[in-house]
Ligand binder design. Structure first.
Ligand code: ZN
Length: 176
């Protein structure tokens, strides 16, 4: 078909029944985005997200660095308390979120949430790295056992709890 490259025609051919509830443009089911007020086209959704992006450049730096620092401090504490990481993990994520929220004066954006999450992960790396070295050292010393690996498992659980807790606290998005 010679006019198959025309987007107007190709959408007609696919039997479009959906329309964006803001700009009334026909949209395919695959590109339609379900919002609380109904289906929207990707352009309108992007437009709306821009309104909510209030972050300033410095916020990204602060969001990343502060998350990394709080996460690192949490991981130091996690190394000492063992099982209580199940409380410390979520608390560390929430604390990082509150610190960043304060430092950025509650400005928000998707990019900030991503950098914040990256900061939480990076902040946990030094402890993970040291524990991994310990385990490899333990293997060399022929002293490999469960109790050698346990601190590493605790640190991984600590991070796995801190990251979603911090993300949801900062972004305000509810768990799915
Ligand atoms: Zn639209």
């Amino acid at each position: 078909m010679d006019n198959s490259t025309n987007p107007e025609n190709s959408t007609e051919e696919q039997g479009i029944t959906l329309r964006c509830n803001k700009c009334n443009r026909p949209i395919t089911p695959s590109e339609a985005v379900l919002t609380p007020t109904g289906y929207r086209c990707p352009d309108c959704v992007r437009q709306q997200q821009k309104i909510f992006d209030t972050s300033k450049p410095l916020d990204y730096v602060l969001g990343f660095l502060l998350a990394a620092v709080v996460s690192y401090l949490g991981s130091l504490l996690a190394a000492r308390i063992g099982f209580f990481i199940f409380l410390l993990g979520p608390a560390t994520g929430a604390a990082a979120a509150e610190v960043v929220r304060f430092a950025t004066q509650k400005r928000r954006s998707k990019a900030l949430f991503r950098l914040f999450t990256a900061g939480l992960i990076i902040g946990g790396f030094p402890r993970l790295f040291i524990l991994l070295l310990n385990i490899f050292w333990g293997i060399n010393m022929n002293a490999m056992n469960f109790y050698a690996v346990l601190p590493l498992i605790y640190q991984v659980i600590f991070l796995a709890l801190a990251i979603p807790s911090g993300f949801y606290r900062l972004s305000g998005k509810r768990r799915l």
